[in-house]
Every structure is written in structure tokens, then in C-alpha cells.
Design a protein around this ligand. Structure first.
Ligand code: G3H
Ligand code: 13P
Ligand code: ZN
Length: 309
């Protein structure tokens, strides 16, 4: 049981039909729900922390909570920085004991993204930490219907090959049509699998990462709305598309929104049904169970990662 990099997990997942789930964490209940699911499914696991999560919970708490989770479950876990925007935050996370970091230079021009990623790779590798980078921009809902902007923002396969060769990065997040949050597609869901296959063909040894991979299951949106929510028109990535991506080099699948929906639905339900109750354990306990069920569903039915530890 140890904090591990993503290296071995991805080496196993690369030419397989499963992917490792990378779940965003912000507090103890979320961590507990996720690790209990991974333990029961005997699945590899990445817990990831955004800059916002880091600010909310503080790195010292998050690192200790993940250490406690490993002690409690006996699991190996990769603790990963999600969307690090500059060298400084990546360095801080390496120094805090994270085993993996993402440098997201996707908003920069190609050459600057290479320079920045290289700088992080040098520091992180010197400290035994793996690095994910991103090339291409995740789609906005409107990009779904405009083919021109697809070509302008999606990852260009030849650039991906050049980027990996020049940076020495361990894994690469690609833009093929997903986006963050609950509103991913206006019309029919569309992911550019031809592009993904082309990227995988050019860099077959590089594990690919799919951000914005929540499915936004209608029953969870409906449950949130049933208890006083207002989340109209939400739409995520269909589960079969995630399974397809796992066959074309995608080794890491990022999920946050589905956890938020599962947790919030449960809390709304409890508080609506028990308006006189004000013990946080009464609603955070069921919320933790809802996270566990969601993660178990992802690992078993979507990522195909049960028993792959
Ligand atoms: O990619 C974004 C993740 O869902 C994290 O979101 O920045 O609100 O923590 P956050
Ligand atoms: P979702 O918003 O689809 O859950 O994506 C999360 C993510 O990509 C975190 O980096
Ligand atoms: Zn992301």
C-alpha cells in the first residue's frame, strides 16, 4: 500500500479494454466513498485535486486524508493535481507529496505549451512524479454543431506526436469533443473517434486522457430537480462512448460532475424529507454512500476496471 505514480497503472491499461478512473476529491466523504468503491472492485485508482479543491480543503488535509484512505483500505493510490495552470502550482504539489501532476498549458500557443510542459516534466521527473499535459481545447457546447471550430480546437494528431517527443510527458489529455460540467452537447453527442484513433496510432506508447467524461445520468439530474433543483437541459457523454475511448489508447477517464450530481441529489432528498434535522452526518453519510455507488458503477460498467488492480 503506497502512493504510486500513474506509470504502472497506465502501462497495464494501455493496450487493454479498460481505463483507470480519475475522480475529483474535495473532502473526506468524497474520498471515503471513492476508495471504498475501488477497494470492493479491486480497481486501480487515481484521486485528483483541482486548484479549487486545493484552496477549499488545503493540501495538508487532502494529503493526510489520502494517506488515511490508503491505511484504511490497503489500496495503492495515485494522488494527482488536476489542471495545474503554471509551474508554481505543479512544483507545490510535487513538494507536498503528490505522485502525479497535470500541467494544463492548453490555453497557450503550441510552443509555449511545450516549453511550460517541459519545465514541469524536468522538475517532476527529478522527484519521481508523473506528468500529464493537455493539447487542444475542450469543446464548449456550441462547438458541437460547428465543424470549423472542431478543427480549430480539437487535438491535431501530428502535433500530439511532436508535443510528446519534445516534452517527454507521461500522458496526454486530448480534445475530441468532451467538455467539463453538465452541459456537454446541444444536439446528438459526438466524439471524434477517428481523430482519437489517429492520435493513438501516431503515439501508441503514450497513455491518453479523457477529460469531461461524466455521463450526467438523467436519473441523477431528475433526482436533483425533484428536490428543488433547477438543472435544465443537462447532457453528458454516453457510457458506450467512454468504453470505446478505452479501446483507443485512453487510459485515464476524468469524472467529477457525476459525483457532484450523485452527492447533491442525496443531500437535497434528505434535507427535503427531514426538514427538522440538522445533524450533518445524517445527510453526508447517505451522500458518501451515493458517491460509492456511482464510483462502483463507473468502475464496473463503464471503465471495465474491476479486478484490474
Ligand atoms: O476540471 C474541472 C473539475 O471538475 C474540477 O472543478 O475547478 O470546480 O474544482 P473545480
Ligand atoms: P466532468 O465535468 O465531465 O466530470 O469532467 C471532470 C474533469 O475533466 C476533471 O478534470
Ligand atoms: Zn478536466
Amino acid at each position: 500500500m503506497a502512493l504510486v505514480t500513474t506509470k504502472d497503472m497506465f502501462a497495464k491499461a494501455l493496450n487493454s479494454d479498460y481505463a483507470v478512473g480519475a475522480f475529483n476529491v474535495n473532502n473526506m466523504e468524497i474520498i471515503q466513498g471513492i476508495v471504498e468503491a475501488a477497494q470492493e472492485e479491486n480497481a486501480p485508482l487515481i484521486l485528483q485535486v483541482s486548484a479549487g479543491a486545493r484552496k477549499y480543503a488545503k493540501p495538508a488535509y487532502l494529503v493526510k486524508l489520502v494517506e488515511a484512505a490508503m491505511l484504511d483500505t490497503g489500496l495503492d493510490i495515485a494522488l494527482h493535481l488536476d489542471h495545474g495552470e503554471d509551474f508554481d502550482i505543479c512544483k507545490k504539489c510535487v513538494d507536498d507529496g503528490f505522485s502525479s501532476v497535470m500541467i494544463d498549458g492548453s490555453k497557450h500557443p503550441f510552443e509555449e505549451n511545450i516549453r511550460l510542459t517541459k519545465e514541469v516534466v524536468e522538475y517532476a521527473h527529478a522527484h519521481g512524479v508523473s506528468v500529464e499535459a493537455e493539447l487542444g481545447k475542450l469543446a464548449g457546447v456550441e462547438d458541437n454543431i460547428k465543424v470549423d471550430s472542431r478543427n480549430a480546437t480539437f487535438t491535431v494528431p501530428e502535433e500530439a506526436a511532436e508535443f510528446v517527443a519534445k516534452t517527454g510527458v507521461d500522458s496526454l489529455a486530448v480534445a475530441i469533443g468532451t467538455s467539463h460540467g453538465a452541459y456537454k452537447f446541444k444536439g446528438e453527442p459526438y466524439l471524434d473517434f477517428e481523430r482519437l484513433q489517429e492520435i493513438h496510432k501516431l503515439i501508441p506508447d503514450t497513455p491518453l486522457v479523457l477529460h469531461g467524461a461524466s455521463t450526467v445520468l438523467p436519473e441523477f439530474v431528475a433526482k436533483c430537480n425533484e428536490y428543488g433543483g433547477d438543472i435544465p437541459g443537462a447532457q453528458g457523454v454516453p457510457e458506450d462512448m467512454i468504453r470505446t475511448a478505452a479501446k483507443y489508447g485512453v487510459c485515464k477517464v476524468n469524472i467529477d460532475t457525476d459525483l457532484r450530481l450523485a452527492m447533491t441529489a442525496e443531500i437535497r432528498k434528505y434535507l427535503t424529507e427531514h426538514p427538522a434535522d440538522f445533524d450533518p452526518r445524517k445527510y453526508l453519510g447517505p451522500a458518501r454512500d451515493a458517491i460509492k455507488r456511482m464510483v462502483q458503477h463507473k468502475i464496473r460498467n463503464v471503465l471495465n476496471a474491476s479486478g484490474k488492480r
